[in-house]
Design a protein around this ligand. Structure first.
Ligand SMILES: Nc1ncnc2c1ncn2[C@@H]1O[C@H](COP(=O)(O)OP(=O)(O)OP(=O)(O)O)[C@@H](O)[C@H]1O
Length: 269
């Protein structure tokens, strides 16, 4: 990141969203979000379909830049810089803030190359075998891969492929990992493995995860943000907003807003 420092946030804060509004064309999808995402923790984004969870997640590493017509107002501070400052390189942003998607999406390459490819492009000069092993170990998939590194990433099961994708994200040595419903395409056992992996990963990384699975939020997240959406007067769609953001235990056991209580107790959404 090349821009000069534009903002200071507390040292235990990884990213700070300051009055963030994100639109698709003229449609405001999510509005006026303020949130300080803590370092070294797992934060879950929960809420009913269409309230803007994925839109906000993608804003955290400028993935929305790839969607024509998607614009952001406000500031997203990371490492003392506004990620949306014109001088900031979005490619470098995505190296430091990695992403794992809903469906496992290995490259059509060998398991080894799935890890090595991105690292090489990012100019990694160290021992590649060591990086591949370290990344696969961190993503808890080394034992399943170590004897078949030359085989295609597609030869793995869905759950293993997703852990390969986590390993690929880790290989570029990011500080943050964003996960957009990483377990929605997986069976319960693979889901549990990913969750265990997340517990290990948060020792080294800050994690933000979008999930529809409330038990998953309770199991993995230290902090939870509840989003909702409301109809806009005279408008056709609904605009998303952050209802409350707190420790997961508070959100699930003693939320401050009735709508949060209704959602976490399954009364809507
Ligand atoms: N590429 C896009 N172009 C136009 N509108 C979009 C686009 N992506 C999302 N939206 C709209 O923005 C709003 C928020 O969508 P988003 O996917 O962020 O919500 P979500 O809470 O993650 O939903 P879900 O839980 O169903 O995945 C919705 O009204 C959606 O239709």
């Amino acid at each position: 990141m090349t821009a000069s420092p534009s903002s200071a946030v507390a040292s235990d804060i990884c990213m700070s969203l300051q009055d963030v509004t994100i639109s698709y064309g003229s449609f405001e999808a999510v509005k006026n979000v303020y949130m300080d995402l803590p370092k070294g923790k797992v934060t879950a984004f929960i809420g009913p379909s269409g309230c803007g969870k994925s839109t906000v997640l993608r804003a955290l590493n400028r993935m929305n830049d790839l969607i024509p017509g998607c614009t952001l107002k406000g500031r997203v501070i990371f490492d003392h810089h506004d990620l949306y400052d014109k001088r900031v390189d979005p490619v470098e942003v995505r190296r430091r803030i990695g992403m794992v998607f809903q469906k496992p999406n290995p490259f059509p390459k060998s398991i080894y190359e799935n890890i090595a490819f991105g690292a090489r492009i990012n100019g990694y000069k160290g021992d590649m075998d060591e990086l591949v092993e370290r990344s696969l170990r961190k993503a808890a998939v080394w034992d399943e891969c170590k004897d078949k590194l030359k085989e295609s990433g597609f030869s793995l099961s869905g759950g293993q492929q997703q852990r390969l994708c986590i390993a690929r994200a880790i290989a570029t040595e990011p500080e943050v990992i964003l996960m957009d419903e990483p377990c929605s395409a997986l069976d319960p056992i693979s889901t549990l493995k990913i969750e265990e992996t997340m517990h290990e990963l948060k020792r080294s990384y800050t994690i933000m995860i979008v999930t529809h699975n409330m038990q998953q939020a309770v199991r993995v997240a230290d902090m939870t943000a509840f989003f909702n959406a409301e109809a806009v007067e005279g408008g056709s769609g609904k605009v998303g907003y952050l209802v409350e953001f707190n420790e997961t235990e508070n959100i699930f056991n003693s939320p401050s807003q009735q709508s949060t209580l209704d959602y976490v107790s399954g009364r809507f959404g």
